[in-house]
Design a protein around this ligand. Sequence first.
Ligand SMILES: *Cc1c(COP(=O)(O)O)cnc(C)c1O
Length: 361
Amino acid sequence: MTQPIEHVARMAPYALAYLDAPAGKRLVSLSQNESLRPPSPVVAEAIRAASTHPHLYPDPDWTNLRQALADHHDLDAAQILCGNGSLDLIGCLARCFLSPEVAALAPAHAYPFFATATRMTGARFDVAVEKDLCVDIDALLEAVRPDTKVVFVANPGNPTGTRIPRSDLIRLHEDLPDNVILVIDEAYGEFADHLNETMFDFVNRDNTLVLRTFSKAYGLAGLRVGWGYFPAEIAAQMRKVMNPNNMALAGQLAARAAMEDQAYMRDTVAQTIAHRDNFITRMRRLGLHVPDSFTNFALLQFASPDRAAQVDLALRKEGVFLRPQGGAGLPDCLRATVGVADDLDLAAHLIEAALQEAGVS
Ligand SMILES: *Cc1c(COP(=O)(O)O)cnc(C)c1O
């Protein structure tokens, strides 16, 4: 069979969530950081509106959605790009700026798609150690090499759930060489908005861009809507490598409608935070290490990779799926998405039982 280019042949397939409940068990997925409830009812209306003209191409400039985002976040619409999920934008960025001659850098427990997008281009992917599951700015700066072209951070982080204080990001930005692009992925930004630490204002300092998504707090994961705020020069390059009709009509209309119901999104966030903090308290009482989370999930750290695997298996047998984190360099951890109270309760109960079985608590 014809061989793909060498660096593609070397890549491992992206580790997707495994979601196959045993016969007779209800599937409880707490594995993909999806919203704990469907989006605002105005979104369903918008999807119905999209159903009247699916034979027409969508607006390739996402005009209405972009304007709504610009108005809400007080940004320049011309510097906003929308994507088929923010993964689409991460891929475009890698195609523009990475090649086998250069490298990208990220914290050791960063979102695994940063590595995937980098390797797709043949570029080297470097990592910097983290401290107590938090991004260590000094370690990141020390890991910068002459050929480092892009630095990826997610804030708050996935799978750690921890956040980088704005003062640290300012220092990172100031100390990076001028030709290095800093990507700040704020997929969970809405869960930390009360801290009022968004970085959109950084984008005008050049070589920095901020990504967001409708997949998490807005509950549109299935419609694939991501966006970002870019320096004009970077946006112009991204446009060249982008699928020119990247976002389907339904996604554009739905995201635009979701923007108009901020109260609903804020309520989703408040419910999520309340459930999350209860769950974390419960997990800590079992003796697990759980860092404070600023997202819609909790990272559970067990005594060993074996213990994490044992608990994962016990839950799977009951149809409950958390996400193992070996791919993010944390084989002793499982990530639990904050779901509805009953599902979280079931997960907590099963984790406790599995630990008891192992003679731990
Ligand atoms: C979920 C997630 C994304 C992907 O978002 P989509 O918009 O659904 O593609 C990107 N970055 C991080 C850190 C995420 O957790």
